[in-house]
Design a protein around this ligand. Sequence first.
Ligand code: SF4
Length: 67
Amino acid sequence: MRASVDPDLCAGHGVCVVTCPGVFALTDDGYSEVTVEAVPADLAGLVRRAAGQCPERAIDLETDGGG
Ligand code: SF4
């Protein structure tokens, strides 16, 4: 799975960073970015939760085949 944050939508609440710090981090500008190329399988559940919790729906998830 791949995750991405739409910088036009992200408002920097940091909900995703709190929910899944292994994948999301706040930049110096205060917005979220994805820190991994591919989401480790054991973090997939947390990433889905973070995407569902994002108030701006700025997190996009892409499953690579099968998943
Ligand atoms: S929860 Fe959404 S709006 Fe908030 S920092 Fe994360 S991606 Fe940005």
